[in-house]
Design a protein around this ligand. Structure first.
Ligand code: ZN
Length: 420
């Protein structure tokens, strides 16, 4: 089949979406889905589709991808009550010690229900693997992933939340997690007490990754204190070991407060090391900037400078009602919107970029194949009621239908009323 069909009749398909607006084509289009793929796109089809969806002029996009979330900890805030940011770090292990496999599974399922309803087709989740939760959180997330296997792709990062030098049980548990088939290993080097320990942390993660042929996805400099330099350390060690293209760095908040020349040097190394960067605008808008003062730093690294340097920058949602973060509802449109606010993205091109940071960019980071809204692309789509990206990011209540692998798997029905 060709991209632009000249026929107007199509014998059969699983789903026919009619009257759709597409981001890179003028006018409205019909999109036919068959066996999990986009089978045809044309102005108008006459088809014996098993299911018909009238988009009524709304946008049809690829489904969203969240590259960084902590599924194991969602909805866990009440385990220790409302906390300041510093208390949260001190008491996280207390909360995790109360986790059971069944409880983690139930909380993750509640989060994934929201994710599927709102159009997330794939999510990369950090999952704590440490002395406090051992493999309990991982077991719970694996069970939830199995329950949702036809609805959303869940990729897991084994994450040593309590450090590596500071948690001597972590390396063994991480190896155990990777021998269970987990293909990504995380890290949190700034948690260690000295620069030498930070280096040991990164080296240990890299040793384990190399042994298991795993990729690395590491929290770096989740702080606005300029003395933290773990992103640069990660880039240097990635280059030393020839791990280019196998490493992702998350948060990278300190980069925003370095002097410009220093930031430019680090960005160049990140580019050379082919490190993907993930910003977490929602959580970091709340958590950085000090307690009791109006924050100056907006918590989204140097997203524009990184993009300009050719780095693949994505945006994730990070947390939902957990020990660190009170809010959130798993809606990727919130993430795209907050990306605009926190990074100062205002023009049409920048709004488009913020949307790509929650769709095609994380899809590339996760290595999702055939992720393109074109004939032959995977039928992982969202049918929106709004007709353009600005209205989408305004998150006006409306219809949203989520299609995964060519089947309708979830949606949002919203309405408003007034007495006028
Ligand atoms: Zn995180």
């Amino acid at each position: 089949m060709t991209d632009l069909q000249d026929k107007t009749s199509l014998p059969n398909c699983d789903i026919l979406i009619s009257n759709a607006r597409l981001l890179d084509r003028e006018g409205t289009w019909d999109v036919a889905l068959e066996t999990g793929k986009i089978a045809a796109i044309d102005r108008k089809f006459v088809s014996g589709a098993a299911r018909k969806i009238d988009a009524r002029g709304g946008l049809v996009t690829m489904s969203f991808v969240d590259p960084h979330f902590h599924l194991d900890k969602v909805l866990s805030r009440d385990y220790v009550g409302a906390l300041s940011y510093s208390e949260a770090f001190a008491r996280a292990r207390e909360a995790k010690a109360q986790f059971t496999v069944a409880d983690v599974e139930a909380r993750v399922c509640a989060a994934l229900d929201l994710a599927v309803a709102q159009g997330l087709g794939a999510i990369r989740s950090q999952v704590d693997v440490d002395f406090a939760t051992r493999l309990v959180s991982l077991e719970g997330v694996l069970r939830a992933r199995e329950r949702f296997k036809n609805l959303i792709d869940v990729e897991i990062v084994a994450f040593p939340q309590e450090g590596i030098v500071t948690d001597p049980q972590a390396p063994g548990l991480l190896r155990e997690a990777l021998s269970m088939g987990i293909r990504l290993i995380g890290g949190l080097p700034e948690f260690e007490r000295t620069l030498e320990d930070q280096r040991t942390h990164i080296a240990t993660v890299m040793d384990i990754a190399e042994k298991f042929d795993a990729r690395i996805d590491m929290h770096c400099d989740y702080t606005d204190l300029p003395q933290f330099k773990t992103l640069e350390m990660l880039a240097d060690m990635t280059l030393e070991r020839g791990l280019q293209g196998r490493v992702t760095a998350d948060h990278c908040c300190a980069l925003a407060v370095y002097p410009d020349d220093e930031a430019a040097r680090v960005i160049e190394k990140v580019k050379q090391a082919e490190i993907g960067v993930i910003i977490l605008p929602i959580a970091n808008l709340q958590m950085l900037g000090g307690e009791g003062v109006t924050p100056v730093n907006r918590g989204s690294s140097r997203a524009k400078e990184l993009l300009n340097a050719g780095v693949n920058v994505s945006a994730g949602a990070d947390n939902m009602y957990d020990i660190w973060f009170r809010f959130n509802r798993m809606d990727p449109i919130d993430t795209a919107y907050m990306t605009c606010l926190s990074t100062g993205m205002r023009t049409d091109a920048e709004v488009r970029e913020a949307f790509e940071m929650t769709t095609s960019r994380p899809a590339r980071l996760l290595g999702i194949e055939n992720y393109r809204l074109d004939v032959g692309g995977r039928a992982d789509l969202v049918v929106h009621s709004v007709s353009n990206l600005v209205d989408m990011l305004r998150n006006i209540p409306g219809r949203r239908i989520h299609i995964k692998n060519g089947a309708v798997v979830g949606g949002v029905e919203a309405s408003t009323w007034s007495a006028r």
